[in-house]
Design a protein around this ligand. Structure first.
Ligand code: AP5
Length: 216
């Protein structure tokens, strides 16, 4: 199964991805996670990406496409994948489509996660992320048992550099300008399905799994 999760920053893509990936036995491929790992490791890719990420702007398409071309070539992506945060521009979607046609691996569904702006600002400014295992918490909606400590690995919980309110507002504007046009792109190809992404994490997950079972 080949799935794209589409939705604004804070829609809950990363939160839902683990369960979806496990249920359908496909790798969760998050461009944000790959980029952050490169920033932490101080690679050339991370150095190129960092200033864009810190400002809440998009990393240039050529950088992303090179990175994702490599990732798609890995063995675990041959029989399916869950993309989280990619594609994010029409040129990225066109390049992905070309790549997948060449390898006869068409996308099965693009899930658009619906949530309003006020809610995503609250979600992102309250998000805390584990520096050890990457687990995601929220100070109000999903607090850790011990303040600042990850319940899964004991790592330190921090606020992502791009989760301050001013950067979040820019990310939302960038989403509207550069990523929303993908809705029409995929609607035109009959691949777009909507899911209400508000409510408990389990309820949203159940709705997503039900849609994916229909297209499986
Ligand atoms: P990326 O990491 O992809 O960030 P994003 O798309 O902005 O998405 P987020 O990770 O912020 O949100 P999410 O939807 O995963 O929400 P989450 O599940 O964590 O990208 C970061 C940067 O990298 C970009 O700005 C850009 O610079 C660069 N980049 C990445 N991909 C790129 C690309 N393809 N092209 C160019 N540049 C690229 O949830 C958020 C919070 O809400 C959490 O605290 C969670 O606990 C809480 N929450 C989740 N679900 C619920 C719920 N149902 N109810 C209550 N709270 C909830």
């Amino acid at each position: 199964m080949r799935v794209i999760l589409l939705g604004p920053p804070g829609a809950g893509k990363g939160t839902q991805a683990g369960r979806i990936a496990e249920t359908f036995g496909i790798p969760h491929i998050s461009t944000g996670d790959i980029l952050r790992a490169n920033v932490r490791a101080g690679t050339e890719l991370g150095t190129k990406a960092r200033s864009f990420m810190d400002a809440g702007d998009l990393v240039p398409d050529d950088v992303i496409l090179g990175m994702m071309g490599d990732r798609l070539g890995e063995d675990d992506a041959k029989d399916g994948f869950l993309f989280d945060g990619f594609p994010r521009t029409v040129p990225q979607a066109e390049a992905l489509e070309k790549l997948l046609i060449e390898s006869d691996q068409p996308i099965d569904v693009v899930l658009r996660m619906l949530v309003d702006t006020k809610e995503v600002v609250q979600r992102l400014t309250g998000r805390r992320t584990c520096t050890g295992c990457g687990a995601v918490y929220h100070v109000d909606y999903d607090p850790p048992q011990t303040d600042g400590v990850c319940g899964k690995c004991g790592g330190e919980l921090v606020q992502r550099d791009d989760d301050s309110e001013d950067v979040v507002l820019n990310r939302l504007e960038v989403y509207r300008r550069s990523t929303e046009p993908l809705e029409e792109f995929y609607w035109g190809r009959g691949l777009l399905r909507d899911v209400e992404a508000v409510g408990s994490v389990d309820d949203v997950g159940d709705r997503i799994i039900a849609i994916l079972r229909e297209v499986e």
